[in-house]
Design a protein around this ligand. Structure first.
Ligand SMILES: C[S@@+](CC[C@H](N)C(=O)[O-])C[C@H]1O[C@@H](n2cnc3c(N)ncnc32)[C@H](O)[C@@H]1O
Length: 476
């Protein structure tokens, strides 16, 4: 085993002086906290096909077999959201109290979000505390993170888009997510200032949140093999240079060695990796809006895209008061669902949506011809009730989705008018804003990401229209 990645360090330092101090600190003599089992390289990476600058990334500098360990980083080198390192007890007590109070104000009921926010705020605290002291263990890593924060080009972050730019977004879902996250950050920063936690101005707070939110991972110290939602949020040097892919060639696990009494973040090969290939992990199965908000990028053909849609049933509801009570009762058997907001998937139909529609469009005849429905619970509506019931569902969905598509088309025409972009290769032709391929000619990253999300949403609606049209054909 090659204990220290001297080769890696030398190559990287030579290429990128800005990483020099961090790598020297991680590998300084007698301090084997970064263990390289395989040769890797730090490099600037660029997605040629989609013309996306991914910043730094890691590459294999040799062939690596599936399941082989590539490198390990001791959690002693990480900044964790659990303990406040090198902090006196009174100060730590104060910080913990304030952070818990602020996080619970926003996420009292949502435990995973509550823990996550507490952890993130504690990490930010440490990065700033460590940057001001000189004998701190984390000093070089905290400094690298601060450098990121100082150098970040704010344009990639949707939280910095101005009101006019947000108005130009023709995805109403995206516009409302950006606005609500912005207001939440504004008010969280005010709370922090009031409690004299950090003296940030708003844009600095948002920047620091973005650095930490886009670079952390979940780690479970007691069972370091498992990364789950309840684990501790940590920032690990070197591991945080690995970029994302939905078809990753690496996976993150943990290891705990009794004789060393410390845990390690372990990067393993998930498949065979060729020399020169970029190392990637999956950051999580989230839709593109969540990717954009947390990481500042979107994925081409993201299988986890979904669209939240408000359905207006009022014109369709046909019920006697007796039927109304019955429908209410069934809905009550299902916890935790919304009566009018539904999720549309691109690659499958949301079963809850179909169930709810079957209940909404139940008629007296359905109850008379199928008396057993009277004893049904919400989950029993996963099968067809009657042809009539199914027909009205298809008609309702096709009509609703077509209206939604019209809204997009109108908004898109306005956006197009504002941004007449000529195609660089095809003479006198305007860039097709409905084509993922053509968007590579849109220089502004924000605008490009926003358009990718809009295309995905339109495709999602179109695929759902096709599904219901096909169902309708089969019924008649
Ligand atoms: C944990 S860091 C990875 C290292 C980062 N590239 C750097 O230069 O430090 C996560 C950030 O890398 C970028 N990134 C990661 N995967 C990407 C991808 N597949 N496409 C575009 N950008 C990506 C995003 O800016 C993201 O916020």
């Amino acid at each position: 085993m090659q204990r220290i990645g001297k080769e890696f360090v030398n190559q990287s330092v030579y290429k990128y002086p800005q990483t020099k101090r961090l790598l020297e600190w991680l590998t300084k003599d007698g301090y084997f906290k970064l263990r390289m089992h395989k040769s890797i390289e730090l490099d600037k990476v660029y997605d040629d096909k989609w013309k996306v600058d991914k910043g730094f990334g890691l590459r294999a500098a040799q062939n690596i077999n599936a399941n082989e360990e590539i490198f390990l980083v001791s959690t002693e080198n990480c900044i964790t959201g659990l303990e406040l390192i090198d902090c006196d007890r009174i100060k730590a007590f104060e910080i913990n109290k304030t952070v818990s109070m602020i996080a619970s104000k926003y996420y009292e009921k949502n435990l995973p979000q509550l823990y996550y926010t507490q952890n993130i705020l504690k990490i930010i605290c440490q990065i700033f505390a460590h940057s001001s002291g000189d004998q701190m263990k984390m000093y070089p890593f905290a400094n690298t993170l601060l450098e990121h924060y100082n150098n970040q080009t704010t344009t990639k972050n949707p939280l910095f888009w101005d009101k006019n730019a947000i108005k130009g977004i023709y995805s109403s879902n995206l516009a409302s997510i950006i606005s609500s996250t912005q207001s939440q950050f504004v008010s969280m920063n005010e709370d922090l200032l009031q409690n004299r936690m950090f003296g940030f101005n708003l844009s600095k707070f948002i920047e620091m949140m973005s650095v930490v939110r886009s670079r952390n991972l979940n780690f479970c110290p007691e069972q370091p093999k498992f990364f789950d939602i309840n684990s501790v949020v940590i920032m690990s040097p070197v591991v945080d240079w690995i970029n994302h892919s939905f078809d990753p060639n690496c996976k993150l696990t943990g290891a705990y060695y009794q004789h060393e009494t410390e845990s390690f973040v372990v990067v393993k090969a998930a498949k065979d990796i060729k020399q020169g290939e970029e190392l990637t992990v999956n950051y999580g199965n989230m839709n593109n809006m969540d990717y954009l908000m947390r990481y500042g990028f979107v994925n081409q053909s993201n299988p986890h895209n979904e669209l939240s849609l408000t359905l207006n049933f009022d014109d369709y509801l046909e019920y006697t008061s007796q039927l109304f009570d019955f429908k209410q009762k069934i809905f009550k058997t299902q916890e935790d669902f919304s009566l009018d907001r539904f999720i549309l998937f691109e690659n499958r139909i949301n079963k809850n949506l179909l169930r709810s529609l079957r209940i909404y469009f139940l008629k007296n005849e359905d109850l008379l011809t199928n008396p057993e429905i009277a004893s049904y619970r919400y989950k029993d509506f996963d099968k067809q009730i009657s042809t009539e019931n199914e027909l009205i569902i298809c008609k309702f969905m096709i009509e609703t989705l077509k209206k939604e598509l019209e809204k997009y088309q109108k908004a898109r025409i306005n956006t197009l008018d504002m941004n007449q972009l000529m195609h660089p290769n095809k003479k006198d032709q305007i860039i097709n804003l409905d084509s993922h391929e053509d968007l590579i000619y849109v220089q502004n990253q924000n605008y490009r990401n926003m358009l990718h999300i809009c295309i995905d949403e339109q495709t999602n609606i179109q695929k759902n229209i096709k599904f219901f049209e096909k169902q309708l054909q089969n019924l008649v």
